[in-house]
Ligand binder design. Structure first.
Ligand code: SF4
Length: 275
């Protein structure tokens, strides 16, 4: 774990918990420091959904509601083998589609969204996923969060993706007090340069999934604890905190089942990082 500037061990004698900066400039500085620290902890941060093109990412993101990315990654190979394009998906038998999607939960609603958005892509966008937010959000089942995931990761358009992890961590870091995802997106966008938005989103979500959990954040094993105004909200005992870590931080694999693909918006690999 990192040590603070005064060399006091995090959580040890002399350690002072960080405070939420009171000025905008202070908050910008703290937010950028946290972003840089997260970049060092997760140089390999990436979208955890498997996809080979914008259509697959769009569908996978819709399917990821209320389930894990791993579950979606286990489901999509069979789905895209059978229905590889919007045209093929739009013509799918709804019952067959529901059966394939059943493991992801809420499978009837998800099948309806996937059929609807595939038909809309076929009829209104020549079978191509559009690269503009205002077009993407007109597709059935596609909200701002999904649109930003697709723009950021399949088109290289910077976007802040506010899911449950991002919102929770942004509040813990003191970047916002809001529960409204659109407000969170705009408030965080004021603190972090646009070119960093997509990678910031991945890093924060990685941290939320692995260490800064909703119910019991592993503060005692957190590498950015010295920068965090919410240190102590979770388990501070280093041994107990270590046991709360998930995925590769807890000695387990991540959620992807296949390596990230080549696509127009693919970020350059971080130096020293492993996918
Ligand atoms: S785990 Fe604890 S110290 Fe680390 S970011 Fe979350 S709340 Fe802050």
């Amino acid at each position: 774990m990192a040590e603070s500037d005064g060399a006091a061990v995090v959580g040890g004698p002399g350690f002072k918990k960080a405070k939420v900066p009171t000025t905008h400039t202070g908050l910008v500085r703290q937010a950028r420091k946290i972003n840089r620290a997260l970049a060092e902890v997760y140089p390999y941060a990436h979208p955890e959904l498997d996809f080979r093109n914008p259509f697959e990412l769009l569908v996978a993101t819709v399917l990821s509601a209320q389930t894990t990315d791993l579950r979606v990654n286990q489901t999509t190979p069979a789905l895209f083998a059978k229905f590889p394009t919007p045209e093929a998906m739009a013509a799918a038998d709804p019952e067959e589609l529901e059966e394939i999607l059943r493991p992801t939960g809420f499978f009837r609603a998800k099948a309806k969204s996937v059929l609807g958005l595939s038909a809309a892509l076929r009829d209104r966008f020549d079978g191509e996923v559009p690269g503009r937010l205002e077009d993407l959000v007109t597709l059935p089942g596609v909200g701002r969060k999904t649109a930003n995931v697709v723009l950021g990761n399949a088109f290289g358009v910077p976007g802040i993706t506010v899911d449950t992890h991002f919102g929770r961590l942004a509040r813990r870091f003191g970047w916002t007090e809001s529960d409204d995802p659109v407000k969170v997106e705009h408030e965080v966008g004021e603190l972090i340069p646009k070119s960093e938005w997509t990678m910031l989103s991945h890093r924060v979500v990685f941290h939320g999934r692995r260490i800064c959990h909703a119910r019991r954040p592993a503060c005692g094993a957190c590498p950015i604890a010295e920068l965090c105004p919410s240190y102590g909200e979770g388990e501070i005992d280093p041994v107990k905190a270590e046991k709360l870590l998930k995925y590769e931080k807890g000695g387990q694999p991540g959620q992807r089942l296949s390596p990230p693909p080549d696509y127009p918006g693919k970020p350059a690999p971080a130096a020293g990082g492993a996918a």
